[in-house]
Design a protein around this ligand. Structure first.
Ligand code: 0L1
Ligand code: MG
Length: 262
């Protein structure tokens, strides 16, 4: 690690303040260009600890930048992982208050819920499908705390991968027997189709994203616990939204999820 504990804590507090005060900040690597991967995840862990100490419950885990469309959009080359906070939940068909966000964007995601713990290294799609309780349609509202939504990979890891809000649909389906790779996804904004993709956009198969998460955690001696909700990453590039927009995402076989921005 390039950073000491006090600096990690200071940067986590800076990011937490940016989120709670809805203020864009310069990306962390502007001030700390030597930040390494361990530092980036240590800042994310410290950010999580700050929130938990304040009473936040961790509601799930997420993978980000798992599709080529997203990687290209953000100019990065590797997937990242983060956590979902309880206060980020928005009901399906509900309202998302833009007053609490800086520059929100929406991405359609396929979510998994585990029934058994998953650990790496060596976790693969087969192990993920065997340990999956069900899959559900979801969408994530991401909101970078960085100026103009611009960052590098290490800065965005520290910023909990831009996690902000999420909507999970209630139509649970068995992953076994479901062709998740060829499952079509259509995102509509204000009734107009703005993005389309299939499940394969996420690392070839969305279960591969869960396997990658288990392997990333396994490298740090951690696992995905049973009963964990996991967002596997946007299947398409993210769509910018403002107050008044309505997003509806339709998933072949899985149902749909929607949210209105107010
Ligand atoms: O969930 C995501 O794919 C977001 C990862 C972080 C990059 C971004 O903010 O687009
Ligand atoms: Mg996402």
């Amino acid at each position: 690690m390039a950073l000491d504990k006090a600096t990690v804590q200071k940067l986590a507090e800076r990011l937490d303040n940016a989120e709670t005060q809805r203020k864009e900040i310069a990306k962390i690597t502007d001030d700390y260009p030597d930040l390494d991967w361990d530092d980036a995840y240590a800042i994310q862990d410290a950010l999580r600890a700050i929130k938990v100490a304040r009473g936040t419950r961790i509601a799930g885990l997420k993978m980000g930048l798992t599709s080529h469309a997203k990687m290209k959009q953000m100019g990065v080359v590797d997937p990242v992982r983060g956590f979902l906070a309880d206060y980020g939940q928005v009901a399906d068909g509900g309202e998302c208050d833009t007053a609490g966000l800086i520059h929100p964007k929406v991405e359609a995601e396929i979510a998994f819920v585990t029934k058994r713990a998953l650990s790496g290294p060596g976790c693969h799609i087969g192990a993920v499908l065997a340990a999956t309780d069900f899959v559900v349609p979801a969408l994530e509202v991401i909101d970078s705390r960085y100026l103009d939504f611009k960052f590098d990979l290490k800065s965005v890891i520290a910023d909990n991968t831009s996690a902000a809000r999420y909507v999970v649909g209630g139509n649970a389906s068995n992953a076994v027997g479901m062709d998740l790779k060829n499952l079509g996804v259509v995102t509509e904004k204000n009734g107009v189709v703005v993005a389309t993709a299939s499940g394969a956009a996420v690392l070839g198969h969305p279960a591969q994203s869960v396997a990658m998460l288990a392997n990333m955690l396994g490298a740090r001696g951690q696992e995905i616990p049973a009963g964990t909700l996991i967002l596997t990453g946007g299947v398409t590039e993210a769509v910018a939204v403002v107050k008044g927009d309505v997003i509806n995402v339709r998933y072949q076989h899985l149902g749909s999820v929607s949210v209105r921005f107010v």
